[in-house]
Design a protein around this ligand. Sequence first.
Ligand code: PAF
Length: 289
Amino acid sequence: MQLFETRQAIREAVTAARREGKTIGVVPTMGALHAGHLSLVEACTKACDFTVVTIFVNPTQFGPGEDFDKYPRRLEADLEALAPYGVDAVFAPTNEEMYGPRHSTYVVVEGVTEPWEGACRPGHFRGVTTIVTKLFQIVQPDVAFFGQKDYQQALVVRRMVADLDMPIEIRVCPIVREPDGLALSSRNVYLSADERRQARSLSQSLELAARLVAEGLRDPATIRECMLEQLSQHPDVRVEYVALVDPETMQEVASIDAPVVAAVAAFVGETRLIDNRLLTPAEPSSAGA
Ligand code: PAF
């Protein structure tokens, strides 16, 4: 596994691999790697001949007052975590390498970026789509791997790749959870012990929604209320949104007669966490037929 810090060096490595007929896979990350990232890396090394993991805390996707400065940066530990996985290249550039002093070009996806994460974090998706485009331009992968925890992000990237005719397959891998259900996130390290206990409520609210749908409830407003009621029992949990949305458009649904995504964002203390779950209503029973 080789570490590259410049665009030119990683490009040369990828070009050499491609010349040997290898397929190229990329796992874009901001580092502070956990088992969720490593599941993407594993999927990538299985599917592709040459795996590039990018590690870059992208300043343009953080808003003013967000956690850009304190976001965990631990390249050495990340390289150790990646060592057993058969990764070929790690691309860990500096800010200066990625954004020159006159940088003034951004990639904006409309529509699907607007609600939820887009509304709570203005400019966030513009930063994500810009850096992902730059990483795709540099690495030129055949396949790119994203996690379902950032459900809206994965949808936005898919939209961008389709709209801009990027010849890249986007694969989205399942959320990896702690045994108590908390979705793995690099931001979980910010939580105090008490906040960590309360953070379980996000996945618990999604489990509740799944149970209600499995029991036959079809009214999103009632399900949302039950989720909010469950979350409100935790004093340090401040909900930003709870939504039941169409998996393709991120628009709220009026009734649950096809799969929907339940999505939640909340501050637990000072830490903003997100989670989601696909809810699939049972087929109408054919009893009596
Ligand atoms: O999901 C992330 O870690 C980031 O948003 C990404 C895709 C690496 C872009 O900076």
